[in-house]
Design a protein around this ligand. Structure first.
Ligand SMILES: Nc1ncnc2c1ncn2[C@@H]1O[C@H](COP(=O)(O)OP(=O)(O)OP(=O)(O)O)[C@@H](O)[C@H]1O
Length: 256
C-alpha cells in the first residue's frame, strides 16, 4: 500500500452550538486498506462521517478523495463522481422488491439515473438490465443470499437486509465505502457473513473501507489500522493490537 491515500481528511472541525462534535481531526485511508474508526458514544464518529461525505458542512478542514479536493461537494456528487459511498446506522432496502431487484435498482440509480424505469419494456432496457443482473447475481452469491434472491426484501431478517444493503452499495463499483456500524443488531452468523463480504469486496473488488464499529473483535480481525476518537478529538491511531493495549484507549473506551 503505497502512493497517495485514497482519502485524506485534514483538520476537520464541526460544532453544534456549544458542542465541538469534531475538533481538529486529521486522518487518512490508504488505497486498498480497511481502516477502523472507534470511540465511545458521542465521541464524534458519525459527525466525522457526515462532514466527510457531504451530509454536513464542516466548520473548517479539508477532504481529499484520490488527491482531489472534494470539500463542499454534496453527498450525491461525492457518490457519483467520487465513487465514495457511505452507509447509515439504519438499514434501508426496497421492502416490496426482491433481493435481485434491489441490487439492480441500486446499479440503475448510479449508471443510468436519467432513465426512469429499469424494468420498463424495450430492447435498450432489456440489455441494460441483463448487464446489471449479471453483476447483481455475482454479488448475491457472494453475500450468501442466493437461495432467497427471489423473495421480497421485507420478508427477510434484519441481518439479511443489511447484507442486501451492503451488496447494493457494491453495484456501482465504488472505490471507497464508509460503513457506519455494519454489525449493529445482527446475530453472530450474519456478522460472519458481513465480515466475509467486506473482505471479498476489499480483496477481490479492490474497495477500500473506513468502518465505524463497536464490535472490537471484528475491528481487530479485519482492520489493518485503527483510529480512536474521544470527545471529538483523535486520541490514538495504530495497529489493532497497539490500540487495544493503549492505556488511554482502555480508559476512555475499552473499560480500563
Ligand atoms: N445534529 C446534531 N445537533 C446537535 N448535536 C449533535 C448533532 N449531531 C451530533 N451532535 C452531538 O455531537 C456529539 C458527537 O455525536 P456523534 O453522533 O457524532 O457521535 P458518535 O461517536 O457517532 O456516537 P454513537 O457511537 O453514539 O453513534 C454528541 O455530543 C452529539 O450529541
Amino acid at each position: 500500500m503505497t502512493g497517495l491515500p485514497i482519502l485524506e481528511i485534514s483538520n476537520l472541525t464541526k460544532s453544534y452550538g456549544a458542542v465541538k462534535a469534531v475538533d481538529d481531526v486529521s486522518i487518512h485511508v490508504e488505497r486498498g486498506e480497511i481502516a477502523g474508526l472507534i470511540g465511545p458514544n458521542g465521541s464524534g464518529k458519525s459527525t466525522f462521517f457526515d462532514c466527510s461525505t457531504g451530509l454536513a458542512k464542516p466548520d473548517s478542514g479539508k477532504v481529499r478523495l484520490d488527491g482531489q479536493d472534494i470539500t463542499g461537494w454534496t453527498l450525491n456528487r461525492i457518490a457519483r463522481e467520487g465513487r465514495m459511498l457511505r452507509s447509515f446506522q439504519k438499514t434501508v432496502v426496497f421492502k416490496s422488491l426482491d433481493v435481485e431487484e434491489n441490487l439492480i435498482i441500486a446499479g440503475q440509480m448510479f449508471s443510468f439515473p436519467w432513465l426512469f424505469s429499469t424494468f420498463g419494456i424495450g430492447k435498450l432496457s432489456r440489455s441494460r438490465v441483463s448487464g446489471l443482473r449479471e453483476r447483481a447475481q455475482d454479488l448475491i452469491r457472494m453475500a450468501g443470499l442466493w437461495d432467497v434472491r427471489k423473495q421480497p426484501a421485507g420478508n427477510l431478517s434484519g441481518g439479511q437486509q443489511k447484507l442486501i444493503q451492503f451488496a447494493s452499495m457494491l453495484m456501482p463499483e465504488p472505490k471507497l465505502i464508509l460503513l457506519d456500524e455494519p454489525m449493529a443488531g445482527i446475530n453472530p452468523k450474519i456478522i460472519e457473513r458481513v465480515v466475509e463480504t467486506i473482505l471479498y469486496a476489499n480483496k477481490s473488488l479492490g474497495v477500500s473501507f473506513l468502518i465505524i464499529e463497536h464490535n472490537i473483535d471484528v475491528v481487530t480481525s479485519i482492520c489493518r489500522r485503527v483510529i480512536v476518537l474521544d470527545q471529538g478529538r483523535k486520541l490514538a491511531e495504530g495497529l489493532p493490537q497497539e490500540i487495544i493495549n493503549d492505556q488511554r484507549v482502555r480508559e476512555a473506551y475499552l473499560g480500563g
